[in-house]
Ligand binder design. Sequence first.
Ligand code: FE2
Ligand code: FE2
Length: 237
Amino acid sequence: MGKLPACAFRQERKNEQTIPNMATKKEPTTGLRKLMEDQLADIYFAEKQLVKALPKMAKNAGNADLRAAFEGHLQETHGQIERLEQVFGSMGLPAKGKTCPAILGLLQECTELMDEFGDDEALDAALVAGARKVEHYEIATYGSLSAWAEQLGLDDAAGLLQETLEEEQGADEKLTGIGEEVMGAAVVTDDEEEEELAEVEEDSLAVGKSKPPSNGSRIGAKSTANGNAKKKAVGKR
Ligand SMILES: [Fe+2]
Ligand SMILES: [Fe+2]
């Protein structure tokens, strides 16, 4: 058989590319729609990880407002997962997550902070910082998702995603306020540290037992400036 003209070859290639698409997909999947499906799966996975992480963060918080904020946001997160399932449903898709390395890294950082500052006055400030990084990640994701949903004319999905976006922004604002409260408690001057050590010594002498802590940084286990009892050995819990 003779050589096919170049135009015939191009036609053959074109058919090869278009036939599988027509056979397997009912509606065209645009780049943006595909991207939206990908990022929905990413945030669905992330929210499920947060449901596991938030109780641990609440347990480690010394400040009562911070603990309540984590507990409240855990409830919101359950609602956000339901909303995402509604978004998947509205797009005719099953709810399915895909591993999100970013949230795993952010949560790993929170765990490391809890271990490193478990006995320190700055633990609550560290928890606020770690949690705010997570909120900013979520805000960026939901911001993009709701804009894409609007662009694609997916009005129900856009509304649901916007609702969650506002919730995440509210959580970040709340954490920012608590952060201002707890950072004051995390400032310990050398004088204060000595005073607290002296108090601990006095208390020990009064009850006639136990030595004062040998490590000055551990006095945070006693009490904080905002009156909340601090917890110890976070990493072991
Ligand atoms: Fe969330
Ligand atoms: Fe959040």
